[in-house]
Design a protein around this ligand. Structure first.
Ligand SMILES: C[S@@+](CC[C@H](N)C(=O)[O-])C[C@H]1O[C@@H](n2cnc3c(N)ncnc32)[C@H](O)[C@@H]1O
Length: 248
């Protein structure tokens, strides 16, 4: 059986819950903040790594950036391409695995949004992803990663939660920690139209300090840590873990 992140049926089933109308509508405001943190020049070349259906990639293309979106899920890329064609936007969407995608010195900036990092059981694969990004950046370029930090998870950890989506779908989430708080394993259950399906979902948990160390191991020289895309501090009030790492 395929691991959840390599399984098309997982991404198909969860798409309506991951890419809600609110998340899509929020993308332009997120792009404002991403660009403010990255300080890229107009028309810069930007890679959206694990771009999904392209909510950030498309918005950056609307603003005149030269954008490449990379993702393993072809159905997401097909949806992103359809939207780009509809709006006559010139965006490149590439089906590829983040463990392998590398384009030497091709980008001024790379973004990796909405917890699209830490999926692999071997941490060496996370490091490989960061080394690919480092090689794909031009000197002076920067990577922005946005995920849920270990500190926040420790603060709000709840072994079981459930909620109802606006369309009536019921979502049950069970979670537990493994590997000395190094990994979170979840069982996500959807009950939709009387049908129940359960998916195991797990990923590595990074504290700010741990991810900064991994970025430095990959070659990045300067790393800044924020508690949200708005550039606030990563402290007890942080909602996200956002790191910006520069290549010299
Ligand atoms: C939580 S979604 C985030 C999507 C997008 N960044 C956003 O903010 O809307 C994670 C994405 O990672 C992609 N993904 C998962 N494993 C991958 C891999 N090994 N290589 C490339 N993409 C991957 C999935 O297809 C999915 O689109």
């Amino acid at each position: 059986m395929k691991t959840w992140h390599d399984d098309d049926s997982f991404w198909k089933a969860w798409a309506p819950l991951l890419f809600t109308r609110a998340r899509l509508e929020n993308a332009p405001a997120e792009v404002d903040r991403i660009l403010a943190l990255l300080k890229v020049n107009p028309g810069a070349a930007i890679l959206d790594l694990c771009c999904g259906p392209g909510r950030h990639a498309l918005e950056m293309a609307r603003r005149g950036y030269r954008v490449t979106g990379v993702d393993r899920t072809r159905a997401y890329l097909a949806a992103a391409r359809r939207q780009a064609a509809k709006e006559k936007l010139d965006v490149e969407f590439v089906p590829a695995d983040m463990r392998r995608f590398r384009r030497t010195r091709a980008f001024d900036a790379v973004i990796n949004m909405f917890t699209a990092f830490g999926y692999f059981r071997k941490q060496a694969d996370d490091l490989r992803v960061l080394k690919n990004v480092y090689a794909s950046l031009r000197p002076g370029g920067a990577l922005l990663i946005d995920l849920m930090g270990k500190e926040r998870i420790a603060k709000m950890f709840n072994p079981r939660t459930w909620h109802r989506e606006p369309d009536g779908t019921i979502v049950l989430e069970e979670r537990w920690l493994e590997d000395g708080f190094g990994w979170i394993e979840n069982r996500w259950t959807i009950i939709r139209k009387g049908r129940m399906r359960t998916y195991p979902v797990g990923h590595r948990l990074y504290s700010a300090v741990e991810l900064r160390a991994l970025l430095k191991q990959a070659g990045f020289t300067r790393v800044k840590v924020f508690g949200d895309l708005d550039g606030s501090a990563y402290d007890q009030n942080a909602t996200r873990l956002v790191l910006v790492a520069w290549k010299k």
